[in-house]
Every structure is written in C-alpha cells, then in structure tokens.
Design a protein around this ligand. Structure first.
Ligand SMILES: [Zn+2]
Ligand SMILES: [Zn+2]
Length: 325
C-alpha cells in the first residue's frame, strides 16, 4: 500500500523528488562538514592553515649582560704550537687556560657549582680541578682586546692527548672577574669555554666544543648559537657575546645566545624576514634556533620556513622597548 502510494506520489508530485534530492544534499553537506564526527575536512586544510588557532607559545626570556667574550684564532691553534686567544671583556678579568683538563674533573666541578660549591674566581677553579690538568696558564686581562698566547711548555714533551675516546679536553679557557666588586654587578661570574685543539692523533681543526656561563646563584647555562638566514652565511660562529638572553631560572640548563655582538650581529638585525621580506627578523624558532621571521609572520607558521621542523616555541631577539635598530 505504502509503496503504491510512494510511486503515485513520485509520478505525480515534482515537489516530492525535489525534496528527496534536497534531503540527500543536506545529508552530504552534513557529512562533509563533520557533523557526524567524520574527519572529512582534514583533507581540505593544510597543516599550516591551522596556526591562527594554534599560536606558537612564546618562551619567557630574561636579558642578562654577559661580561665575558672570548675570541680565538682557530686556524693556527695546535697542541705543540699553542693557541692565541683574545678575551674581550667588559671588566678586568682573569683568564685561566687549562691544557689537557680531565673531563670528569671539569664536569664534577661544574656539578659542584650547581650544588653549593660556587666557582667564581680562578682560585676556585684551581681548587676544584685538583691539578687534574697538564698545564695551566693564567693571565690578568684588562678591558680591551688583547691577544694572548698560551702553550704547554715545549720541554714537557706533550704533543697529544691520546687516542679516542679521550679523557681530557685539549683546552679549557675559564674567564672570571678579577675584581670582587664586579661580581656583585653581574649575575654571571664565570665563563667556561671548552676548545678542541688539533694534535698528531686527532687532527680535526680547532673548534669550540661548548661554552657554559656560571651565575653567582649556582646556575649554569650553555651558550648555543643561533642560525640566521643570511646572504653571507649563517652567524652560527663564535658564541661569545654581550647580548645574551637566558631562559627563566626554572627552565635552567640552556641559554640561547645571540652571536657576535659587533658587525655580524648588527648586520643580522637588519636582515629581512624570509617570508614577507618586509620587516626585520625578530623571532627565533625553537628547537631549531633559526632566526628567520618577523613578529607578524610567526603566527602563520607552525613549521620553520628554513628547515621545516615543527616549531615548539619562539622568542624575540629584541623586545619592543629595547629595540635599537
Ligand atoms: Zn615577515
Ligand atoms: Zn629551522
């Protein structure tokens, strides 16, 4: 009966099939829009279209002044010929160069610093390292750019630090503040730079292995280079700088560092955002540490435009109120 009724209705009422078609359309539209829980729209959006909803969290940073900077001529350094280092400090400093410093002794000393046995003078370092090094040379450095040469005495006959894996760092350069008054001014009281220096058994060119800054409160931050898209290549070089920004103490352990303060850095600040080419680069993406976008372009990307790695956090290079450029 019902079938006959429907067939009659179908044959004689255009309104009926118009409404059936309309109903089909509504059901399809509802499915596409996800009303039924189907995740159909996922094919309609690219991963980067969601970023207006998912803002990259901004890392809380504090700006600190690092009184220490150390430059080195990596090209000519060797264990037998010594190394030339150029401290560029804001205050008179003591530079202690520990040659062949035992890795475990240094790591223990740094660990002790974080647990109460503070390292703020060169004497502290000497005491903490317990003579676990081949040779130490100390220099009093006045403010300025003075080149110093450090070398293991030739008659000691030390030409290498053994085969890999090694137990000694070739050269550990420690900078500490010379004047006690200055230690109250700066939160950072010491800089520890570990440098690879080539020798007969391991001839890779000299390079900086890592660098730590120690604070008077027992924190230790590792300086890390930033990578900047640049015509003249990245400024991932010498991590010695006056402009350092550190994370809040609760996230201690890492310290993002803005490379060389002079020419390369100021050049970097003027560089255009790689996306809009319209504003200066002012954002560093984490964890890849590419400094490549401006403040406004950041919100459009969840992936780094340079390396495509997922952006977990970001921080500004220059706060609006301190911007000089
Ligand atoms: Zn931009
Ligand atoms: Zn990147």
């Amino acid at each position: 009966m019902a079938a006959v009724f429907l067939v009659t209705l179908y044959e004689y009422s255009p309104l009926f099939y118009i409404s059936v078609v309309f109903l089909c359309f509504l059901v399809t539209a509802a499915m596409v829009l996800g009303w039924f829980g189907f995740d159909v729209p996922v094919i309609l959006r690219s991963s980067d279209d969601m970023e207006t909803f998912l803002q990259t969290p901004e890392k809380k940073m504090v700006q600190v002044t690092n009184p220490f900077a150390l430059e080195m001529d990596f090209g000519v350094a060797s264990v037998t010929g010594g190394a030339s280092v150029k401290p560029c400090c804001l205050e008179p400093c003591v530079l202690s160069c520990f040659w062949g410093c035992e890795m475990s002794a240094l790591q223990e000393a740094l660990h002790a610093h974080q647990h109460g046995q503070r390292l703020s003078t060169s004497q502290d370092f000497h005491a903490a390292l317990h003579l676990c090094y081949h040779h130490c040379e100390s220099f009093h450095v006045c403010v300025g750019h003075e080149e110093l040469h450090t070398q293991i005495p030739v008659d000691w006959g030390i030409t290498d630090f053994g085969w890999l894996p090694r137990e000694r760092y070739p050269l550990v350069a420690v900078l500490t503040l010379a004047e006690p008054d200055a230690r109250d001014v700066y939160n950072i009281v010491a800089s520890v730079t570990v440098i690879h220096v080539p020798d007969d058994k391991y001839s890779l060119p000299a390079r900086l292995l890592f660098q730590y800054l120690l604070t008077s409160h027992g924190n230790m931050y590792e300086l890390k280079p930033l990578f900047m898209s640049a015509d003249s290549g990245g400024i991932s070089g010498a991590p010695d700088s006056e402009h350092t920004t550190s994370e809040t103490p609760k996230e201690a352990g890492r310290l993002e560092q803005v490379a060389d303060e002079d020419e390369s850095w100021t050049e970097g600040m003027g560089r255009d955002c790689v996306v809009c080419q319209n504003a200066a680069v002012n954002r560093v993406l984490l964890p890849c540490r590419h400094a490549c976008v401006c403040d406004s372009c950041l919100s459009h990307f969840q992936h780094c435009p340079i390396c495509r790695s997922f952006v977990l956090e970001s921080f500004t290079l220059m706060q609006a109120q301190t911007a000089e450029y």
